[in-house]
Design a protein around this ligand. Structure first.
Ligand SMILES: [Ca+2]
Length: 250
């Protein structure tokens, strides 16, 4: 609409006897949009495991927004979302990574300059108190399998004294896994695999060893994904079972 054009509205009421007279008129003026939106302000980011949530102030005359991300301050920025409202959730992030975000606002005339950048560090994935199941647990211990992922290195899961045995955690949905830390009690695994699965039935190895030495084993630079992660022990290091203070998944 090239110029500001006033419009007038009236209403009337109708029943079976006919129509009323019109109400008093009201007028509105439709203001034409003559420029691209201003850059959004107040960009704010919060991070959780596997996602970054963003919100910002909405400039006037905005139709939609682009959310852009970089791992370097100043870019180059890559558009990760186009949204109609002044908020967005980026679930395509890697845990333990620093990101920079900017937002632009658009209307039919074009795109605004970018907002000021905001930076956020996504947390490392080490959830605790996940649903834990195990092939067995040592009935001589006071606690259940969940003691192997309760965030407390003073409690532990221990298996029956035989091979094989396993303990698994449920991440709730498929996640990328790049590190596993095993905090063994004296009863450790000499041969075991770290495995991932999306269905809890079919497992893929992301780490194998036949020479485990117990203690705290930090398995870095893993590459895999899955909803379930388990330690599958195939040869015990002692006459006892397998026992973990914590199975930490990152
Ligand atoms: Ca524990």
């Amino acid at each position: 609409m090239p110029v500001a054009t006033p419009c007038y509205y009236v209403v009337s009421a109708v029943n079976i006897s006919g129509e009323s007279t019109n109400s008093n008129p009201v007028s509105v003026i439709l203001t034409p949009i003559t420029s691209v939106p201003q850059a959004p302000t107040g960009l704010n980011a919060t991070a959780a495991i596997g996602q970054v949530s963003l919100n910002w102030n909405a400039p006037s005359n905005t139709a939609s927004y682009y959310v852009k991300r970089s791992t370097v301050l100043g870019g180059a920025y890559t558009t990760v979302a186009a949204v109609l409202t002044a908020s967005s959730v980026d679930a395509s992030v890697t845990n333990g990574t620093r990101y920079y975000y900017v937002v632009t606002a658009t209307n039919f005339l074009g795109e605004s300059p970018a907002s000021s950048p905001v930076t956020i560090m996504t947390p490392l994935l080490f959830p605790t108190n996940l649903p834990v199941t195990a092939s067995s647990y040592d009935t001589g211990l006071p606690g259940p399998a969940s003691y192997g992922n309760d965030g407390n290195t003073g409690t532990r899961w221990g298996s029956a004294f035989s091979d094989p045995q396993w303990i698994r955690v449920d991440l709730g949905s498929t996640k990328s896994i790049y590190k596993v830390v095993l905090r063994w009690e004296a009863a450790y695994g000499k041969a075991f695999q770290i495995q991932t699965s999306n269905d809890g039935t079919n497992w893929a190895n992301i780490y194998t060893t036949t020479t485990g030495t117990g203690g705290t084993q930090t398995l870095s630079n893993l590459s895999g994904s899955g909803r379930y992660v388990r330690m599958n022990g195939t040869q015990r290091g002692t006459q006892y079972g397998y026992s973990l203070f914590e199975l930490e998944v990152y």
